[in-house]
Design a protein around this ligand. Structure first.
Ligand SMILES: C[S@@+](CC[C@H](N)C(=O)[O-])C[C@H]1O[C@@H](n2cnc3c(N)ncnc32)[C@H](O)[C@@H]1O
Length: 500
């Protein structure tokens, strides 16, 4: 059965009913942890995974508790006997939900017209994914939704824009941290479902707009723009919610290119991206080119890259069920990559910050681990690069007062033979990059004092001997700069972004 486009339009009755849905879900404990415990999974899985393990999950939810019934209904797309639904939510509500179209007769049982997924404290309704996707289909909370939610910079009082809002999950999440939120999607059904979700979660003040990218917000500017675009680099154009329908990664490039015009000075734009990596081409330089000539600082956080065949196979596995269908499409995808000279696809987050018109910078660094508050960490690292620009000449750096970040971890050499070689430093709240240091230098860094300049500290550390000069000084300062870049050493003054 293909998913029904419910609701076609919204009436006050839909809003009232969705508030009751929320109350019921809340009362029965329809939350991430409890669903995972019930299903025996570590996290809420994608629909493809749910579909694959459906018999197991139906077995695990075969009991008669209200939670099990609602999980079968809204998470497993099960047909549930009416009397079980009536026991779970009460006859009156069941009839009400049937009348508005949320529940549909299916033989002796009832099915839900949409899936409902817990997302932190929110409940998010979206379309059931089908074997063949429809252009109107609205994606539910996906792993990418969760990833971007973790990356989001939080700015109380800010005016934020969710570009390509889909189910509205991120806009609803952002409304908890930002004063004003606008959300745009080119799919009018997405905006309908997002409004329904706003009602279900009792969020009233988001501005919802239908249109192409920035067109509905022409002339406006924002402190934060975030976007989880349909970034899959694929030849097919059918699945609009995840595929760009544009050559390779042109949609991501277009978003990155247009966003600065809609940012206030100091405002951020965060775009989750997949980018094509072509044979013989430096993809970092290509991404630099996307950000080039914008009055913006740009930071690419590179999660990983996948070889073209692995990438295609992985994405196809999320869409089709049978190996034959996957095999046919895989040939088509690989032919497309050949034509486009694409050998791999990169995954990551591009964060732009609108600058002051002075010298802008571009960085590309790996994500080796995801920190607990990635959004705060991103803001912190932008502040550190700003600081580094103020101490570009050596004398300024020597006159800076630095301290060691409170979350620094130190890994000593493992064997006695290595004991005099390097120790490794990294930060608990960082993206996992380590730096190797000479143990003597570690002692120096550990003793940095907020009240002394780097120069005074160096003088005291080496005693009566003269300060290093020339190449030795350069090398020392290079290491210090790297430690600042990684947030291991931080300026002692005016460094407002503290570790959460
Ligand atoms: C991958 S989904 C993300 C949905 C949601 N933000 C999330 O993270 O769960 C991408 C969304 O972008 C929308 N979209 C695609 N192209 C667009 C365009 N040119 N303008 C506005 N929205 C677009 C799609 O309709 C879809 O809802």
């Amino acid at each position: 059965m293909s998913p029904l486009p419910w609701p076609e339009s919204l009436t006050p009755r839909h809003f009232e009913a969705m508030q009751c849905v929320r109350d019921v879900l809340f009362q029965v404990g329809y939350e991430e942890k409890k669903l995972c415990a019930l299903l025996g999974t570590k996290e809420l899985t994608t629909f493809a995974e749910r579909h694959r393990k459906m018999p197991l999950y139906l077995q695990r939810t075969r009991g008669d508790t209200a939670l099990e019934t609602l999980v079968r209904l809204f998470w497993l797309r099960g047909s549930v006997p009416s009397d079980a639904v009536a026991r779970a939510v009460g006859t009156e509500l069941m009839k009400d939900w049937e009348q508005i179209g949320l529940l549909i007769q299916d033989g002796d049982g009832l099915r839900a017209a949409v899936e409902i997924q817990p997302f932190g404290e929110l409940f998010i309704a979206a379309d059931w994914p089908g074997k063949t996707s429809q252009p109107w289909q609205v994606m539910g909370v996906a792993p990418t939704t969760r990833t971007l939610a973790d990356f989001l910079i939080r700015r109380p009082g800010a005016n934020a824009l969710d570009l390509g809002t889909g189910s509205g999950a991120l806009a609803l999440r952002a409304s908890r941290f930002h004063e004003q939120v606008s959300a745009v999607d080119c799919n009018s059904r997405a905006v309908t479902l997002a409004q329904l979700n706003a009602a279900m979660n009792d969020v009233r003040d988001i501005r919802w707009k239908v249109g192409d990218l920035f067109e509905p917000v022409t002339g406006e500017s924002f402190d934060l723009i975030f976007c989880n675009p349909p970034f899959v680099v694929a030849p097919e154009t059918a699945l609009e919610s995840t595929h760009s329908c544009q050559l390779a990664d042109q949609l991501c490039q277009r978003i990155v290119g247009q966003a600065p015009e809609f940012l206030r000075p100091g405002g951020y734009c965060q775009v989750l991206c997949n980018w094509a990596q072509r044979k013989g081409e430096d993809w970092g330089e290509r991404l630099r080119g996307w950000c080039h000539e914008q009055d913006c600082d740009a930071w690419v956080l590179h999660s990983h890259s996948e070889d073209a065949a692995d990438y295609a196979f992985g994405r196809l596995g999320e869409m089709h069920d049978g190996p034959e269908t996957v095999g046919r499409s895989l040939d088509e995808w690989m032919a497309y990559y050949e034509r486009e000279n694409i050998e791999a696809v990169g995954f990551g987050l591009i964060t732009l910050r609108r600058g002051s018109g002075e010298k802008n910078w571009f960085r590309c660094t790996p994500i080796l681990r995801m920190p607990p508050r990635a959004g705060d960490e991103i803001e912190r690292e932008f502040a550190l690069v700003d600081f580094l620009q103020t101490v570009e000449d050596d004398q300024s750096l020597l006159h800076a007062r630095l301290t060691i970040s409170e979350d620094v971890q130190i890994q000593k050499s493992l064997s006695p033979a290595e004991a005099t070689r390097e120790v490794y430093l990294w930060r608990d709240h960082g993206f996992g990059e380590k730096v190797g240091l000479d143990p003597k230098l570690l002692e120096f860094v550990k003793r940095l004092h907020t009240k002394r300049t780097l120069r005074d500290h160096l003088q005291e550390f080496i005693g009566t001997r003269e300060l290093p000069q020339g190449r030795r000084l350069q090398q020392f300062l290079k290491v210090i700069r790297r430690l600042i870049e990684l947030g291991i050493c931080i300026p002692a003054d005016n460094f407002s972004t503290q570790i959460a």
